[in-house]
Design a protein around this ligand. Structure first.
Ligand SMILES: [Zn+2]
Length: 395
């Protein structure tokens, strides 16, 4: 059994750094002073407990417990940075759950076949270089361009600094991340934990409805080339096609930009910002193709794809071990996909990876109101511990 009081104390101690004046929100932005203060505090804590630590050039911290020294490792971890005015749990819960695993193993004098590396990643939430920068860099998954180099300079970093962070992961047999759900499903459906089988893909596109801007007073109704008239059709089509797919497929119209957007001007154009997410990449593509066909049929419509981040399926073998462990311990669990990106998504491209979700109360995250109940955390981290031991035994 893990020590939930110790875990929560460590978590709350770190949460004191970067706390806002209201005493609630926490800002530990990537590369900020607060981020590095927290990193050093955790580094000191780890060393005081006798663990080996290493901080790389981009602010990732690795804490290792490796009493047997057999040269094979299991990596666990999450991110230490937060959004601006974020909460206590997003990212940090994964780190302090991992730290609790190390402490529990050490207390029990448990010598596993694998060393355990706790990875504390920087810049998951985003920086000039985009999200999951820390985990992307250890995998060597960055796309190198002149623009990328310029962005690094913003943080006084060079390409060599980033390259020096790349790790040889061939001796790491698995990566596990524990994270708050950031959705309300587990709480709502009364599950103890979620076992995550994949991370959804995200495709974003803009649909343009073109018209002709003109005077709102002097242009008769029958002579208008008004793009707003077509807007309901576009919206209806987007929703109608979305209905054909099951959970976790989601479609969101995040904004509708009407230009020029004045009382007295018939708009010249309307832009519909659309985002689609699903675990099955083929569904995302099928949906997009259907919308593209609809757009092509009308010369006033255009579509531009903005972002395409394919979905990732996590490792079947590790998920199987986790499900077996959860069943043996009578957990009420849900196998589910993640609607948000995580470090695990990057790492999964290099190492067999899986995730555990802890229920988030009312699904709130990226907010000072973020909360997970101690009893839910305790259940989740105990399962996490058992999974690490089982993976160690069976891989
Ligand atoms: Zn997170």
């Amino acid at each position: 059994m893990i020590n939930i009081d110790r875990l929560l104390k460590n978590l709350k101690d770190i949460g004191e750094i970067g706390k806002g004046l209201d005493g609630k929100g926490i800002s530990r932005l990537a590369f900020s002073k607060e981020y590095y203060d927290a990193l050093r505090k955790l580094d000191n804590l780890a060393r005081s407990k006798g663990f080996d630590t290493k901080i790389d050039k981009i602010g990732n911290l690795f804490i290792t417990y490796n009493p047997n020294n057999k040269g094979k490792f299991i990596m666990i971890g999450s991110h230490l940075d937060t959004v601006k005015n974020g909460g206590l749990y997003d990212g940090a819960l994964g780190i302090f759950s991992g730290f609790e695993i190390l402490e529990t193993l050490k207390d029990k004098k448990r010598h596993l076949n694998h060393g355990i590396i706790l990875a504390c990643f920087n810049a998951e939430e985003g920086s000039e270089m985009g999200g999951t920068f820390g985990s992307r860099s250890i995998c060597g998954n960055n796309i190198i361009s002149d623009e990328f180099k310029e962005k690094l300079a913003f943080y006084n970093l060079t390409l060599d600094d980033v390259k020096s962070c790349e790790m040889n992961l061939s001796n790491v047999v698995a990566f596990l991340e524990i994270h708050i759900e950031q959705g309300g499903t587990l709480e709502n459906e009364k599950y103890d934990v979620g076992i995550v089988d994949g991370i959804v893909g995200i495709t974003r596109y803009n649909i343009m409805i073109n018209g002709t801007a003109n005077h709102a007073g002097t242009t008769p109704m029958n002579l208008r080339d008004d793009p707003i008239r077509k807007l309901p059709n576009v919206i209806n089509k987007l929703y109608k096609e979305a209905k054909k797919f099951d959970q976790p497929f989601v479609m969101t119209i995040g904004n509708i930009i009407i230009k020029p957007g004045m009382y007295n001007v018939i708009p010249g154009s309307v832009e519909v910002l659309t985002e689609v997410r699903d675990l099955e990449q083929s569904n995302i593509e099928e949906y997009y193709d259907e919308i593209k066909k609809f757009v092509k049929a009308d010369e006033k419509l255009e579509i531009y794809k903005n972002i395409e981040k394919p979905s990732v399926k996590l490792d079947e073998n590790i998920i199987k071990i986790m499900i077996k462990t959860a069943k043996e311990n009578d957990y009420n669990f849900k196998v589910m996909s993640s609607g948000a990106g995580h470090d695990a998504k990057e790492i999964s491209k290099k190492i067999p990876t899986a995730m555990i979700f802890i229920p988030s109360i009312r699904g709130v995250s990226h907010s000072p109101e973020e909360y997970s109940k101690p009893e839910d955390i305790e259940l989740g981290v105990n399962l996490f511990y058992d999974c690490v031991v089982e993976i160690d035994r069976s891989i």
